[in-house]
Design a protein around this ligand. Structure first.
Ligand SMILES: NC(=O)c1ccc[n+]([C@@H]2O[C@H](COP(=O)([O-])OP(=O)(O)OC[C@H]3O[C@@H](n4cnc5c(N)ncnc54)[C@H](O)[C@@H]3O)[C@@H](O)[C@H]2O)c1
Length: 352
């Protein structure tokens, strides 16, 4: 391998560009090729990111011996086929979230990784936020005591992305707000606490705003404009409770759209302290000398979380560190999502 890890980015949409910009900040990485099925987008992104080599088919990019690793930034249904093909071609893989459409497919990605002996890093970028790192540190130092409850709130009043496009078409996305955004906070909750043993789930998903599409009123739309001849067959709200054995629980509410104000945080309740992740100020609610006390945690806020995650991936590829989020953790998150959808369908608690 050359001194720099030579990267190919597959999928040049929103996140593909974010990856290209982030790798540009990593000393040991160089983006050498881009791939997209849309020729115009490929041309535009190649010019924007100053990348000479372009491919209109990921098989061709994977056959390029001058590429060491790939970032997979395509719609969710293509994550597994491209990741498996990439490992078969001997590439290291950075795979965007969600890992894939379900846990079984996730396991087949792990098998391909193991057969190839290459690195796999999941795109769980929230772990790289300075606040999450600081809170994890406080937890690891015992400042929260025994954590018994996690509250996850991720509410968008009107935030359905790309109405009618791949995000809202189950065959391509695997689901709606739950698989798209809750996956970040569910992963973050498990990573911060180290609770990688979800055992049971009781949950309900709803689809109340996205269909009929013409009735969806909004101010702005990520990945828009709407495609009214497209499909909306996914969840736009989900709520439920996850058990981690008998010692801890996680309650969640996630909405792409609902009639409530925007909110986004994880709150951890422990016997010695409690803390919210996702607010402007990180305050440890605790006791000092038998008095109720708030401790404000200070930290550098302006780091680039995507660059931090690419740096860890590149270091792992070069044997200088561990990947920032493992494929095994990706499969746990997929099992959780599978169980949430199943619990909703069955109207009962399910085992994971
Ligand atoms: N980590 C994050 O915060 C974050 C943010 C946004 C999106 N994502 C994830 O990144 C992925 C892409 O999302 P996006 O918002 O960039 O979507 P997007 O629609 O903007 O971009 C996807 C791109 O993939 C291309 N594509 C589709 N099929 C392809 C194929 N077979 N080969 C090559 N290119 C192909 C499309 O033409 C498009 O340009 C999704 O899995 C999404 O969940 C992660």
């Amino acid at each position: 391998m050359s001194e720099k890890v030579r990267i190919g980015i597959i999928g040049c949409g929103t996140i593909g560009s974010v990856h290209a910009d982030a790798y540009a900040k990593v000393a040991n990485a160089e983006v050498v090729a881009l791939c997209d099925i849309l020729p115009e987008k490929l041309k535009e992104k190649a010019a924007r990111h100053k990348v000479e080599k372009t491919y209109d088919d990921y098989h061709k990019l994977l056959a390029d011996p001058e590429i060491d690793a790939v970032s997979i930034c395509v719609p969710n249904d293509m994550h597994a086929p491209i990741a498996i093909a990439a490992f078969a071609a001997g590439k290291h893989v950075f795979l965007e979230k969600p890992m894939t459409l379900n846990a079984e497919l996730g396991k087949s990605i792990l098998a391909a990784r193991d057969a190839a002996g290459k690195k796999l890093q999941m795109g769980m970028v929230w772990r790289q936020t300075p606040e999450a790192v600081v809170v994890k540190e406080a937890i690891d130092n015992g400042r929260l005591g025994e954590i018994y409850q996690i509250r996850v709130k991720l509410i968008r009043r009107r935030g359905i992305p790309g109405l009618g496009g791949w995000f809202t078409t189950k065959a391509q996305s695997g689901g709606g707000g739950l698989i798209d955004i809750a996956v970040h906070f569910l992963d973050l909750s498990m990573w911060i606490t180290g609770f990688w043993n979800p055992t049971k789930v009781s949950a309900k998903t709803y689809s109340k705003f996205g269909s009929p599409m013409k009735d969806y009123h909004y101010v702005d739309m990520w990945a828009g404009p709407p495609k009214y001849d497209g499909v909306f067959d996914v969840d736009d709200y989900a709520t439920g409770m996850i058990r981690f054995g008998s010692k801890a629980t996680l309650s969640f509410e996630v909405a792409w759209a609902c009639n409530a104000e925007d909110e986004s945080y994880i709150e951890l309740l422990g016997t010695k302290g409690g803390v919210k992740v996702g607010t402007d100020q990180t305050i440890l609610r605790t006791e000092v000398d038998n008095r109720i006390a708030d401790i404000k945690l200070y930290y550098q806020k302006n780091s680039d979380r995507f660059a931090a995650e690419m740096e860890k991936f590149v270091d792992a590829v070069q044997g200088k560190g561990e990947v920032a989020a493992t494929g095994e953790e990706g499969v746990v998150a997929m099992k959780l999502l599978d169980a949430i959808y199943k619990s909703s369908e069955l109207d009962s608690e399910v085992e994971i």
